[in-house]
Ligand binder design. Structure first.
Ligand code: PMP
Ligand code: GLN
Length: 375
């Protein structure tokens, strides 16, 4: 493995969280909520702990949980999906790793859209395939010209992320028309669609690749209960895939984890029918509006936030430092932790943008805003 250039240092999320703890800064860096989880979810966990669900779950996942997910997808998106098309995973990260391991082989190419989340590239390198980084446009939407040009007969996978971390942009239906053209013109291509922020969109509705038949049969879609139920530490999520791809994914899943935490699967299966996507969205929309309103009184400039729980801001009115140094300075001198956007680029492109997480309670956001407005 030493000849493969995968990162050997802790991720930027760990680094900034560690610095935030060291300096007692408000941590708006790593994406996780800092408020209590739903009491009904806690009750479901207590019930599951007292039940008999302590031994191996079926390897594809607890049947009641897959049924609850099927109903959620059906009710929320009006989209049919079968139980065989669902797999419970140890978070979205394992779903992504497993999919790449199952579908990509040495010598293949995988197109990644920068800025992109950190867990896409390493599994590609580990199978001996070549990551091809294509940058999104300057407003963080897909540059279809560049994507089309990057795809060739060797391209096995195109990894997309919508709603997008770190920018918070959300794709339009025109984007999906372009994606359909690409899929039609490239019969060997599969889409890996990271939709972990699927329920967090504000100014426009989230469209899943599952909404289009032509894309659904060619895509693996990844979701995370860490985001949807606000329990990032539980590391549980799921993927959906058409059965031909699922068969290949299961071959890896079976030997990577076999099956996922049985108690949490049981608990989530009990709670999921109570999950209310529109209430969830409204709560986050309020947090987002409160945070943006506060930032409007600072020298940071907010970029559009259409989805996710991240707000990207431009700090160029404040400093000419590079964004990594700026984040360290922000922690040490002003007590607020953020994530530099350049780390999401292979080229480390630096626009003097940082990402702030607003999945925090009002007290935390108020404290952070007081500090940010003084700069
Ligand atoms: N994809 C994106 C875009 C993410 O932001 C994250 C983490 N927050 C993940 C995947 C990983 O999710 P999980 O914690 O469920 O592995
Ligand atoms: N997904 C989280 C974020 O973007 C980080 C998860 C992690 O720490 N690896 O902030």
């Amino acid at each position: 493995m030493d000849d493969i250039s995968v990162p050997s240092t802790p991720s930027i999320f760990s680094v900034m969280t560690q610095l935030a703890n060291q300096y007692g800064a408000v941590n708006l860096a790593q994406g996780f909520p800092d408020f209590p989880i739903d009491q009904k979810l806690l009750d479901a966990v207590s019930e599951a702990v007292q039940s008999e669900s302590h031994q191996y779950a079926p390897y594809q996942g607890n049947l009641a949980l897959r049924t609850a997910i099927k109903n959620l997808i059906n009710q929320h998106n009006g989209l049919p999906i079968s139980l065989e098309e669902l797999l419970i995973t140890a978070g979205a990260t394992q779903a992504i790793f497993t999919t790449i391991q199952a579908l990509v082989t040495a010598g293949d190419e995988v197109v990644l859209l920068d800025p992109c989340y950190d867990c896409y590239e390493t599994p590609v390198l580990l199978v001996g395939a070549k990551p091809i980084h294509v940058e999104l446009s300057l407003d963080f939407l897909p540059d279809w010209h560049a994507i089309t040009a990057a795809i060739n007969a060797k391209t096995k996978l195109l990894i997309i992320n919508n709603p997008h971390n770190p920018s918070g942009r959300v794709w339009t239906s025109e984007d999906f028309s372009k994606l359909i053209d690409i899929v039609n013109n490239n019969p060997n291509l599969t889409i890996l669609s990271d939709e972990v922020y699927e329920y967090l969109t504000y100014s426009r509705q989230h469209i899943s690749v599952r909404a289009y038949d032509i894309l659904r049969v060619r895509s693996v879609v990844v979701s995370s209960f860490g985001k949807t139920l606000q329990v990032t530490g539980w590391k549980i999520g799921y993927l959906s895939a058409p059965t031909n791809l699922m068969q290949r994914i299961l071959r890896v899943h079976q030997y990577l984890v076999f099956s996922v935490n049985s108690v949490m699967q049981d608990a989530i299966s009990k709670f999921l029918p109570l999950f209310n996507p529109s209430l969830f969205r409204t709560e986050y929309q309020e947090r987002m509006m409160f945070f943006r309103e506060g930032l409007s009184k600072s020298r940071f400039i907010c970029l559009p936030c259409e989805g996710t729980y991240f707000q990207t801001v431009d700090y160029s009115q404040i400093s000419t430092q590079n964004d990594v140094d700026f984040c360290k300075w922000l922690i040490k001198e002003h007590g607020v932790a953020a994530i530099p956007v350049s780390v999401f680029y292979e080229s480390n492109k630096d626009f003097h943008y940082i990402r702030l997480c607003f999945a925090k309670d009002q007290k935390t956001l108020t404290k952070a805003l007081e500090r940010l407005c003084k700069i």
